[in-house]
Design a protein. Structure first.
Length: 232
């Protein structure tokens, strides 16, 4: 979710007040150069200017899986601007692709709004299921199991969009993440900056193989994907 590279004054396309606060869809520029961005509670969340780090989130999780898994199932936490979903549907032999998104407005922007240009083909893919629910609630309630869990709902474990999202990175939240993963399954967490303390939290929660992959951005510190394995 790199910061916007287009500096034209933004145009607000939609604004929605929901149970988790306000989400806004804005556009910068026009035509083929237009960049769409999502603002949550006044905080820049992500835009369509790049997408490399969102794709890396899915690629790194897939590449970290042990060889021999047939049609692995992936759960993507956060629909965002759709880059991670589009990558999962197009780039790898994933089986079931489940996306959890708690903001109804964001789902609508993909189904019948400007973001359909990114996610339209992936949404039409029969493997794709979109769940309108809170991620932590889903992790605690679902009987389903996944080979990979790719999380991109905040700007990182230490920079959450809402205070209640901190629960996801707590010991109980990480236990819930581990609980929905198959043995040897991969947890991948996007972050706008490295977080050594989160690496420690993953190890303390019982994950193994904890590491990070970085992708350079136009300015500032690199985006990071934290990776961890549920032991077999």
């Amino acid at each position: 979710m790199p910061f916007p590279a287009v500096h034209a004054p933004p145009v607000t396309l939609d604004r929605h007040e929901g149970p988790y606060g306000e989400v806004v869809l804005r556009r910068r520029g026009e035509g083929a150069e237009a960049v769409h961005e999502i603002i949550a509670n006044g905080c820049f969340l992500m835009d369509t200017s790049d997408g490399r780090s969102e794709r890396l989130l899915v690629d790194a999780a897939h590449d970290a899986l042990a060889a021999g898994r047939t049609a692995p199932a992936v759960l993507i936490g956060g629909l965002g601007v759709g880059f991670s979903l589009a990558r999962a549907a197009a780039a790898h032999g994933w089986g079931r692709i489940t996306v959890v998104e708690r903001e109804e407005a964001i789902i609508g922007w993909h189904r019948s709004g400007p973001l359909a240009a990114i996610s339209g083909e992936a949404l039409a893919d029969p493997r794709t299921v979109i769940l309108h629910t809170d991620l932590v609630s889903h992790l605690r309630a679902t009987p389903d199991r996944y080979d990979a869990l790719c999380l991109d709902i905040d700007n990182g474990p230490e920079w959450t969009v809402t205070d209640d999202n901190e629960n996801l990175y707590s010991p109980a939240g990480l236990a819930a993440c581990q609980g929905v993963l198959e043995p040897g399954g991969i947890l991948a967490v996007w972050s706008a900056q490295p977080s050594p303390t989160f690496g420690d939290a993953l190890r303390n929660a019982g994950f193994s193989g904890v590491r990070t992959e970085e992708i350079q951005v136009a300015r500032g510190v690199p985006d990071v994907v934290h990776l961890a394995v549920r032991p077999a």
